[in-house]
Design a protein around this ligand. Structure first.
Ligand code: SAM
Length: 191
């Protein structure tokens, strides 16, 4: 059973359903590779996954974590070291992304000054939305427990609130009775 107050776990409910049929899946902040590992473990044969991160350390850690999962599996993973808004625009050739995920903030155990920014995340979303498949989904975990994470959330929420409701369903999930502003989840679905 998942912990329903945990944003990272809660999004799995949505991912599990999508991964049953997903062909193209993108982790725009693959970090230590935990989210990407989960996706790879739930991917069907033929699924192509992308792991993007701005840091070479993160790419190396993700590659190492996923090495065993890839053995004997008919899935493929492309790792891209670079900023997600550029990687999505220039290096993802498919126009049918079924699931795109962001886990914002900094690399746990890494350099905390290398951190996602609202401007680049919004640019990445603008570049990705036209490439989503019919009923494609984007999930974003934000960390309002720090000042920079809170600012990022407010800026992101303003952008998400302005998305055209005739084209996108946009939702926000948050725990209500937890101390210290735990992570929250945003979801976008193509209508
Ligand atoms: N999904 C990861 C996991 O399961 O281990 C955790 C991701 S961590 C919270 C956030 C990651 O975003 C960091 O690894 C950081 O290097 C990366 N990042 C920061 N800015 C970025 C950008 N502009 N483009 C791509 N990745 C970025």
């Amino acid at each position: 059973m998942i912990n329903i107050n945990n944003a990272v776990q809660f999004q799995h409910l949505l991912w599990d359903r999508i991964m049953q049929e997903a062909h193209v899946v993108v982790d725009a902040t693959c970090g230590n590779g935990h989210d990407l590992l989960y996706l790879a473990e739930h991917a069907n044969d033929g699924c192509h996954l992308y792991g993007i991160d701005i840091q070479s350390d993160a790419i190396a850690k993700s590659q190492e974590l996923l090495r065993h999962t890839l053995k004997d599996r008919r899935i493929s993973i492309t790792f891209i070291q670079g900023s997600h808004e550029l990687a999505i625009e220039e290096q993802i050739s498919e126009d049918s992304i079924d699931l795109l995920i962001f886990n914002l903030g900094y690399l746990p155990g890494g350099n905390h000054s290398i951190i996602t920014t609202c401007e680049k995340t919004i640019q990445a979303l603008e570049n990705a939305i036209p490439k989503l498949s019919k009923q494609g989904i984007i999930t974003l975990v934000v960390y309002p427990g720090t000042a920079s994470g809170k600012n990022e959330q407010l800026c992101l929420e303003e952008f998400l609130s302005g998305l055209d409701q005739s084209k996108h369903n946009v939702c926000h999930w948050k725990p209500l009775n937890q101390r210290n502003n735990p992570p929250e989840l945003y979801m976008i679905q193509v209508r």
